[in-house]
Write a protein that binds this ligand. Sequence first.
Ligand code: MN
Ligand code: MN
Length: 306
Amino acid sequence: MVKTYVFGHKSPDSDTITSSIVMANLENELGNADAKAYRLGNVNKETEFILNYLNMQAPELLDDVEDGANVILVDHNSPAESVDNLENANILKVVDHHKLALETSYPLFLRFEPVGCTETILCKLYEENGVEITKEIATLMLSAIISDTLLLKSPTTTEDDKLAVEKLAEIAEVDAEEYGLEMLKAGTDLSSFTIDEILSLDAKQIDFKDVRSIVNQVNTADISDVMAMKDELEEGINKIIEKENLDLFMLLITDIVNSNSQVIVLGKDAGLVEKAYGVKLEDNTVLLEGVVSRKKQVVPIMTDNA
Ligand code: MN
Ligand code: MN
């Protein structure tokens, strides 16, 4: 059987890590491939909480794949977020909930749905293929959906995500609300990170038209905890702007309890945030009420106004 690498994006989040494990398991259960999950970076605190809860090891770290290697992508499809030599790999499948950014010269299996989490799609794939969702698999799926949708409160949340959470919580035998909040809070512990690490934890390079940007998101249960580091964060951001030759760096400090984001914005095009949201930055920062989703409430609005 063909050896297949299954992985999600760089700067992995809980959806990326769990979807790799869950997708590899599906392929193996169906006898499609000799599939193995990998990760393209360090697991974050939240994912660590999930893996510890299940007594599971994180997938092996992958630097690159050999030319012609069979790969399955989950939770991403943009080559910029994937393994460095993706262009030489043979992509068999993609299961994702982001916008299509991939182009290949050959046909492949694509399953894209505009839902809140890749695991919601994988939950359907298990059911469609008659593969049993074990307690362990259900917990992985449930955790990722809670993570990506911030306990079903993010505007990316769909009816399908809600149905999946209901079903999976029952199989996983957990109270989704209680387990979810504990898991999200575990992910907000920044105490062991350096400023540089905080600034790269969930950083995505996104160009708003020709405004070269990085948007980084940090979840917290208390915005003031993170804002206490504002000076150091700004210093770090300015270094990144210079090094990466950016026009804009936007740090979202997202309050997972009250569903708001305080943003710190630097760079010569920082005014784009003021224009996009009709706000005034004071001291490079402003509270964006109700903004929690980078994908739905930042990327489209910033792109439209760029
Ligand atoms: Mn992700
Ligand atoms: Mn995701």
